[in-house]
Design a protein around this ligand. Sequence first.
Ligand code: PTJ
Length: 250
Amino acid sequence: MEISKDHPRYRSLVTREHMGEMVREGIVAPTGLIAHGRGEAFDYLIGERTTTEAQGAERAAVALLMGAKRPVITVNGNAAALAAKGLADLARLTSSKLEVNLFHRSEERVQKVCDYLEEQGGIRVLGRVPDATLPHIASDRAKCTLEGIFSSDVVLIPLEDGDRAMALKKMGKKVIAIDLNPLSRTSLAADIAIVDELTRAVSGMLAFAKELRLDPKERERALASFNNHENLAITLEGICQNLRRRARSV
Ligand code: PTJ
């Protein structure tokens, strides 16, 4: 479909077309489009921009990944479709492993998402052959690798459901979420919830990774000054303020 560049929602429409194509290719699950729509709705309320709170969370998240012993970035269909290259660059800059872990799991889809990520990101990806099982998860999403998620100490989970976020916490891991919904169980369970659109969050994190790479003191400061629940509360207050402003102008 031809989309005019003058359309006020050009970027959103182009992304929707891309997500539709990714469903046809078997990378994104059909219900991934619903998850994407929910994300768009929250982004609308946030103002479709990276807030100061999201920046603070992105900075702290990079500091946590860089200080970790075995950091892992998990990737599902939506995350691969939206930010394969950026996530691979982030893995390289923070010495993290990338592992594909799907909710709507089929062998064929796992191979497709792994192939896509390796092709776009130019990096080896874990997850093709799971050899470990996460406790406290009933679904196929428990399947993971010993080398990756199972033995990780810090996990970045973009666009995750609450059950797995909580299961990872129960295993004693530090969890970083990227989720536009500040009320989700994932955002609340995470040690660091980045309430920002995935592609904006990843590009912010790449910039912070370059800044913090050679500065361990600044990494410590970024982590020490971060409080997840406080940050989420300010984010929610920001949404309320946006809505009050809009209510006055209608
Ligand atoms: O590829 P699979 O099979 O592993 O399935 C992936 C989905 C995303 C379908 C699955 O994990 C799922 O159903 O997720 P949920 O529970 O709908 O949660 C997704 C969360 O991500 C929601 O809170 C959305 O608001 C949020 N979200 C959606 N798109 C974006 C987003 N957050 C940041 N950036 C986005 N682009």
